[in-house]
Design a protein around this ligand. Structure first.
Ligand code: ADP
Length: 261
C-alpha cells in the first residue's frame, strides 16, 4: 500500500518528536511529583488542600504512564537482531501471553512446519506478540479464542503487483486470529496510525499497532489485516526468511532421494 510509505514517514516523525517530548516531560513530571509529595507531607489530611494536591499527584502519576509508553514507542536505538526460529520464541512467550489475556480466553498455538529462520531482535518478537494479543483480548472482552499460527509463503511477482509495498521473496508468517468484535472499514484505514484508538479513555494509547508497524518495517516485513465487523480479526505479519534458510531450502529441493527414477 502507498499508505504504508506515508505511514512509515509519519511513524518516524512522530517517533522522533515523541522521544524528545517524552524525555523532557518525564523530567518535569518527576519535579511535579516530588514537590507535590513534599507538600502533601506538610498538610493536615483533614485540610481540603490535601485532597486537591492528592488529585495533582495522581494526575501527574498517570502522565508518567503515558510518557513511559511514548518512550518505549520511540526507543529504537539498542536493537540486537538475532537469527531465530519464531516457533521457539512463541513457545517461550505462551505462559506470559496466557497470563496477559486471562483465563476466559483460550489461547491456541499452531506452529507451522519448516517455517525457516528470521533475523530479528527477540524482544521485538515479544512486543509483536504482546501487542497483538492485548488487542485481541480487548476486542473479545469476555470469553473467546485467540490462535497464534506460524507458516511460510513465497510471495511472487503477481502477488506483489497487486499488493503495493510488498516485495517478492520467501517469508515466514506470524498470524494472530481472534474471535473478537472485528472492525469496520473506517477503523481498518486508521489502524496503524499513532494515537488512533477506539478504546475507552485511559484504556488505549493508540500506540500498540503503530509500534507493531514500526517493528515490522524495521525488519523489512509487511502486515495484512483481515476483519469484518462482528467476525473477529486476523493480523498476519510477513518477515523475510533469513538468507541461510533460503539456501537450506534450495539445497534440500534437488535431493537425489526426491528425484524420480
Ligand atoms: P490501542 O490498543 O491503544 O487502542 P492500537 O494501535 O493497538 O491502540 O489499536 C488501535 C485500534 O485498532 C484499537 O483501538 C481498535 O479499534 C483497533 N483494533 C486493534 N486490534 C484489533 C482487533 N484485534 N480487533 C478489533 N479491533 C482492533
Amino acid at each position: 500500500l502507498q499508505q504504508q510509505v506515508i505511514q512509515a514517514q509519519k511513524m518516524e516523525s512522530v517517533g522522533r518528536l515523541a522521544g524528545g517530548v517524552a524525555h523532557d516531560f518525564n523530567n518535569i513530571l518527576s519535579v511535579i511529583i516530588g514537590f507535590t509529595e513534599l507538600a502533601l507531607g506538610k498538610i493536615d489530611k483533614r485540610d481540603q488542600l490535601h485532597d486537591y494536591l492528592g488529585e495533582v499527584l495522581s494526575a501527574a502519576q498517570r502522565s508518567t504512564t503515558i510518557t513511559r509508553q511514548l518512550l518505549a514507542f520511540a526507543r529504537r536505538q539498542t536493537i540486537a537482531p538475532k537469527v531465530l526460529d519464531l516457533n521457539n520464541s512463541i513457545e517461550g512467550m505462551l505462559k506470559m501471553l496466557r497470563r496477559l489475556i486471562g483465563e476466559d480466553i483460550n489461547l491456541i498455538s499452531q506452529p507451522g512446519a519448516s517455517i525457516g529462520l528470521v533475523k530479528i531482535d527477540p524482544s521485538q518478537v515479544d512486543q509483536l506478540l504482546a501487542n497483538l494479543c492485548i488487542n485481541a483480548r480487548d476486542a473479545i472482552g469476555g470469553v473467546g479464542r485467540v490462535i497464534i499460527e506460524t507458516g511460510h509463503v513465497y510471495l511472487d511477482e503477481d502477488y506483489c503487483a497487486t499488493h503495493t509495498g510488498f516485495v517478492p521473496g520467501d517469508y515466514t508468517t506470524l498470524t494472530v486470529t481472534d474471535s473478537g468484535s472485528g472492525m469496520d472499514q473506517e477503523t481498518m484505514q486508521h489502524l496503524f496510525e499513532p494515537f488512533f484508538t477506539t478504546k475507552a479513555e485511559g484504556k488505549g494509547t493508540g500506540l500498540g499497532l503503530a509500534t507493531v508497524f514500526g517493528i515490522v518495517k524495521q525488519n523489512s516485513g509487511f502486515i495484512n489485516v483481515y476483519s469484518e465487523l462482528g467476525k473477529g480479526a486476523t493480523f498476519r505479519i510477513y518477515l523475510p526468511k533469513h538468507a541461510e534458510t533460503v539456501d537450506l531450502v534450495e539445497i534440500k529441493e534437488p535431493r537425489p532421494a526426491d528425484a524420480r527414477g
